[in-house]
Design a protein around this ligand. Structure first.
Ligand code: ATP
Ligand code: MG
Length: 186
């Protein structure tokens, strides 16, 4: 669909406000993309939803910031001040069913603080690549000895086509052609 990607993402972010409030975390959204772009709403929703769910799940202080910057290409970042991911585990996080905590405990039952199956990021990568985009991650773990504040940033880059500016494009124009919904069978 062609639409306002910025508004679309802001609605998804807002859905996480109750959870952020419950965990006493700041949740913010910044966007400088005003143009109407062509995007796959279902895929974008799944991507943003999974990245935000992770960011809030693995953060206990500070907060989460979502940023959308216009391109081309369009860039979406989800940054948190959470526990981070140790460098040696980073190459595996996009693998299906991989969970850092589960690995750390040699396949023992998942801890209560990390419900889930380890599928979210595999889905994020697959959907991003289906749209011709890329996903990357930078992270500093509480267990790293770098002295840098911990946290994680996921960056999604999408080659989305611009249709025009907010002002010049009319959303939901009348369909030019209607296909008969009932075709009698002979
Ligand atoms: P599911 O998404 O299926 O509910 P999950 O969240 O554990 O389960 P993924 O979203 O695929 O699985 O993430 C894989 C692993 O990567 C997580 O279990 C966690 O160890 C690590 N991870 C992902 N995002 C973050 C983050 N923002 N901060 C810290 N660790 C993260
Ligand atoms: Mg997840």
């Amino acid at each position: 669909m062609a639409g306002n990607l910025s508004d679309f993402i802001s609605q998804i972010v807002r859905r996480f406000e109750p959870l952020a409030q419950e965990k006493k975390l700041a949740l913010s959204y910044e966007s400088d993309l005003a143009e109407i772009v062509v995007f796959d709403a279902e895929k974008v929703e799944q991507i943003v939803y999974n990245l935000l769910a992770n960011a809030l799940k693995f953060t206990n202080a500070g907060g989460v910031t979502v940023r959308l910057t216009g391109g081309p290409p369009v860039q979406l970042t989800v940054t948190d001040t959470g526990i981070g991911i140790v460098a040696e585990k980073l190459p595996f996080i996009f693998n299906r069913f991989y969970q850092v905590q589960r690995q750390a405990t040699n396949g023992a039952a998942l801890s209560f603080t990390n419900p889930g199956t380890g599928i979210g990021l595999a889905l994020v990568k697959e959907l991003t690549e289906l749209m011709g985009g890329t996903v990357s991650v930078r992270s500093v773990s509480t267990r790293d000895s770098t002295g840098k504040p911990p946290g994680t940033t996921f960056t999604i880059t999408l080659p989305l086509e611009r249709v025009g500016s907010k002002e010049s494009v009319q959303l939901n124009p009348q369909p030019a052609l209607r296909v008969a919904s009932v075709v009698p069978l002979l």
